[in-house]
Write a protein of this length. Structure first.
Length: 200
């Protein structure tokens, strides 16, 4: 993938509970750049209200395995040990960038590192977190949707993910969603301006 397209590929990662999905949704709605969220592929069944090609590309295990053999994924893995696979299709990124859009990959740290290692140049990479493990635990508990075991598991995973912070270009502390969205959008604008100037 060339330098010019890599500058328009964005990776957003962060531990569960950090608010990365909220920031990404707001960014897509409010930032004045042609942004598009890459749609991941999965082998799990669609849930009520989900539509193929919108939330995910819902694939059979056989089709997913075939695409893996064809090296069609930038990254993929089995998630949560439930037997469901998730992955980022290379075509989602390449085709979107060819159309002139900025492609956002909202993926976990393991997937992000794998994508970075597949590319000649690093994309714009942002790590979103709430400012510390205590704040992250508070947010997870305030959700009121998970068991104590699930919370502890997410905290253990988050602690491991935080160790990869140095692999990202930017650290976004999500104390305020408005501020985080504004910060990320400005970072992207700065990259656009820098790239435009370098071509002139």
């Amino acid at each position: 993938m060339s330098d010019s397209t890599s500058t328009r590929l964005i990776i957003i990662s962060g531990p569960s509970g950090a608010g990365k999905s909220t920031v990404t949704r707001r960014l897509l709605a409010e930032c004045d750049l042609p942004l598009r969220l890459s749609v991941s592929a999965t082998t799990r069944k669609a849930r009520p209200g989900e539509r193929d090609g919108r939330e995910y590309h819902f694939l059979s295990q056989e089709r997913f395995d075939e695409l893996r053999r064809q090296d069609a994924f930038l990254e993929c893995k089995e998630v949560f040990g439930r037997g469901h696979w998730y992955g980022t299709l290379r075509s989602e990124v390449v085709d979107g960038l060819a159309e002139g859009t900025w492609i956002i990959l909202e993926i976990d740290v393991e997937g992000a590192v794998e994508v970075m290692e597949h590319l000649d140049r690093n994309p714009i990479s942002l790590f979103i977190h709430p400012g510390g493990m205590e704040e992250l635990e508070r947010r997870l508990r305030d959700r009121g949707t998970e068991s104590e075991d699930a919370i502890q598991s997410r905290l253990e995973t988050a602690a491991k993910e935080m160790r990869f912070l140095h692999r990202y270009q930017y650290e976004i502390i999500n104390g305020s969603v408005d501020a985080a969205v504004a910060q990320v959008c400005q970072i992207l604008r700065d990259h656009q301006e820098k790239h435009t100037c370098s071509k002139n």
